[in-house]
Write a protein that binds this ligand. Structure first.
Ligand SMILES: [Cu+2]
Length: 136
């Protein structure tokens, strides 16, 4: 019985690795909230506490419109500020203690949209997150 030449074995191993990577890329990533595939407005529920947002990582698609509905479960006022990939402020809303507020953002371009609490020191304490808008 002949053994296969090394280059063919290498190609087979490489193909298997690429297939595994592709499967992994399509699978939900732990800790990342995956926005549904629909083209219409998507409602995302976010919980604000001292000092975190949950979820803090959101995966969406370019062109989607997100309604960020934030419930502040803390007993102090927080804030949600969202910036587009160019760092322009898309939304900035204060979140009174115990209240729910919402803002609507449009992911016009692909890239990373950052969000954070603009109250002094809060983002440094962990009140921040990101929305990744994948290209079409
Ligand atoms: Cu805050």
């Amino acid at each position: 019985m002949r053994t296969q030449p090394a280059p063919i074995k290498f190609a087979a191993v490489l193909a298997a690795a690429v297939l595994l990577l592709a499967l992994f890329a399509c699978a939900p990533r732990p800790g990342v909230y995956q926005v549904g595939p629909g083209a219409g407005e998507q409602i995302i529920h976010i919980i604000a506490t001292n000092f975190a947002f949950d979820p803090e990582q959101i995966a969406a698609r370019q062109g989607q419109v997100l309604i960020l509905r934030v419930t502040n479960q803390a007993t102090t006022t927080h804030n949600l500020t969202v910036r587009d990939p160019q760092e322009n402020i898309l939304a900035a809303i204060d979140l009174p203690a115990g209240s729910s507020s919402e803002t609507r953002i449009s992911l016009k371009e692909a890239g990373v949209y950052s969000f954070y609490c603009a109250k002094p020191f809060h983002s440094g304490l962990g009140m921040k997150g990101r929305i990744e808008a994948a290209a079409f």
